[in-house]
Design a protein around this ligand. Structure first.
Ligand SMILES: Nc1ncnc2c1ncn2[C@@H]1O[C@H](COP(=O)(O)OP(=O)(O)OP(=O)(O)O)[C@@H](O)[C@H]1O
Ligand SMILES: [Mg+2]
Length: 254
């Protein structure tokens, strides 16, 4: 059982004109086994939240706390956060030329577990996970994300999640750019991870489509750097029908 607690988080990003505040007091608690969806307009700070939790150096935490089972996540290096059980599937996964998928996965697994995985079971696990995600075995020898299509990159993110078995996973728009079959396949991967490891999931998305496969327990509306409203799955449908106007008007006059 793990708990990620975000309290009154304020984050700025470095720009040429100086630091620009993006997150303005985010409060969110994610427990093992829970799925939280975050929806919100472009530029509202959803990826900033994901990167800040993961430890991206571009973002400065100006105040607030992030703890995992009471431990100060913000004091941890990026590696320590991964070893503590945090995982981020990025909106735009980066290419790593010269590092094969199979090497990358084994190195990551070894770093996170503190010991190399037993070769026989590991090879079988990787093969099985790739088959489940309908990834051709040739991907294992390709450089990480290099020349991958958008949808292939997203599958590779979920492949990592299934093999690394995080306790808390943040999935930033893992559904964007997926065809209908890939959306189902990727969603099944997330649901497998939920069933097998009880991972707590923070799912950032613009569409209710993925929420039909991955059932959220909570839906949060993210506007102007903070959570403007919280509810259950019905809130996602309401947002799809009504858009974000009622939140934006409020933000503009606040
Ligand atoms: N270097 C920078 N200079 C100026 N503004 C920046 C910089 N980096 C990020 N921002 C701004 O921070 C805001 C939040 O960006 P973020 O990527 O977190 O939004 P998002 O909610 O994930 O949007 P989307 O739904 O489009 O993915 C945006 O308005 C963005 O332009
Ligand atoms: Mg984003």
């Amino acid at each position: 059982m793990s708990t990620l607690e975000i309290r009154d988080l304020h984050v700025s990003v470095e720009t040429k004109e100086g630091p620009k505040p993006i997150l303005r007091g985010v409060d969110l608690t994610i427990n093992s086994g829970e799925t939280h969806a975050i929806m919100g307009p472009n530029g509202s700070g959803k990826s900033t939240l994901a990167y800040s939790i993961a430890g991206h150096p571009k973002y400065t935490i100006t105040s607030g706390t992030v703890t995992l089972d009471g431990k100060d996540v913000l004091a941890m290096t990026v590696d320590e956060r991964a070893r503590a059980g945090m995982f981020l599937a990025m909106q735009y996964p980066v290419e790593v030329p010269g590092v094969s998928v199979s090497n990358f996965l084994r190195t990551a697994k070894t770093a996170i577990d503190g010991e190399a995985p037993a070769l026989r079971t590991w090879v079988k696990d990787v093969k099985g996970a790739m088959e489940n995600l309908r990834m051709d075995s040739s991907f294992a020898e390709r450089s990480v994300n290099e020349g991958f299509s958008g949808g292939e990159k997203k599958r590779h993110e979920i492949l990592q999640m299934e093999l690394l078995k995080p306790s808390i996973a943040i999935l930033d728009e893992t559904d964007s750019g997926l065809d209908v079959d890939a959306l189902r396949i990727v969603s099944e991967g997330v649901n497998r991870a939920k069933a097998n490891t009880d991972v707590g999931v923070l799912l950032i998305t613009h569409y209710t489509r993925i929420l039909r496969y991955i059932k959220p327990d909570f839906v949060h509306v993210f506007v102007d750097g903070r959570i403007a409203e919280e509810g259950g799955p019905e809130l996602a449908d309401r947002l799809e029908n009504e858009g974000y106007d009622r939140f934006l008007t409020g933000a503009a006059t606040a």
